[in-house]
Design a binder for this molecule. Structure first.
Ligand code: 13P
Length: 253
């Protein structure tokens, strides 16, 4: 089963200074002026922490929602130099948070840390975009499903408010490489992920599963037929208003 809302989430990673807000302003204006765009689409952008407060304030009553890209695994305040907690992120107006991106997993995020990040973010009423994905070696050895199942089961628990959790399936081999999965494989994987989620959350909610990895204005047309996919987590192409608008436009028009 697919959801009614389709998400387009732009992950800026280490990009953006205050004036980059003009990129988002153009996207927001485009969406506002386009009669075909409707409430079935949700646009979220995750700038770096340095821009969360000003961007959240600017987009408070606009179409685009703002989220953070990561957080520290402990909440509240602490003697942790350079760390930013979910409480601090929420306090500046962010509504979403990405947890478990492969960039952060490769820098040392463990499942235990990710569980704590998810739980603390949910406790602070942030919507969590939880990333999972296999690497090239897993794929070549037919380990994709096993890896994804472990990534999900080691972090998500039935007691979590699944209404506020979005899964982003991002195969590591497709991030920034221009390679995307075959439609058939992607469909099977998405259905598999939803099955695992339904088992954990006892079918109370309809899982929201996004795809991420080299999505652009051209290949987005190939994803249109895959109704099981509830949206996209977009890296490189989200840093340009033209590219981001092309993706949105070519998907729903
Ligand atoms: P690209 O769209 O640049 O491949 O990045 C995907 C990603 O990592 C989004 O989180």
């Amino acid at each position: 089963m697919a959801n009614n809302i389709k998400y387009f989430i732009g992950n800026w990673k280490m990009f953006g200074v205050p004036k980059s807000i003009s990129i988002l302003d153009k996207i927001n204006k485009f969406i506002k002026s386009d009669k075909k765009f409707n409430k079935k689409y949700k646009i979220v952008v995750t700038p770096p922490h340095t821009l969360l407060q000003s961007y959240s304030k600017f987009f408070l009553k606009k179409i685009i929602s703002i989220g953070a890209q990561n957080c520290y695994h402990k909440d509240n305040y602490g003697a942790n130099t350079g760390a930013i907690s979910p409480l601090m992120i929420k306090s500046v107006g962010a509504q979403y948070i990405i947890v478990g991106h492969s960039d952060n997993r490769s820098e040392g995020d463990t499942d235990a840390m990710l569980k704590s990040k998810v739980e603390n973010s949910l406790n602070n009423k942030l919507k969590v975009v939880f990333c999972i994905g296999e690497n090239k070696e897993h794929k070549l050895n037919n380990k994709t499903f096993e890896v994804l199942e472990n990534q999900i089961k080691n972090v998500l628990e039935e007691k979590f408010n699944f209404n506020n959790i979005i899964i982003a399936y991002e195969p590591i081999w497709s991030i920034g490489t221009g390679q995307i999965p075959e439609a058939d494989d992607l469909l099977k994987t998405t259905i598999f992920i939803k099955k695992i989620l339904k088992n954990i959350f006892k079918k109370k909610y309809l899982p929201v599963v996004l795809y991420g990895g080299s999505v652009d204005g051209k290949n987005i047309k190939r994803f249109k037929k895959l109704n099981e996919i509830d949206g996209f987590l977009i890296g490189g192409a989200s840093k340009s208003d033209k590219n981001f608008i092309d993706i949105i436009k070519n998907y729903y028009r």
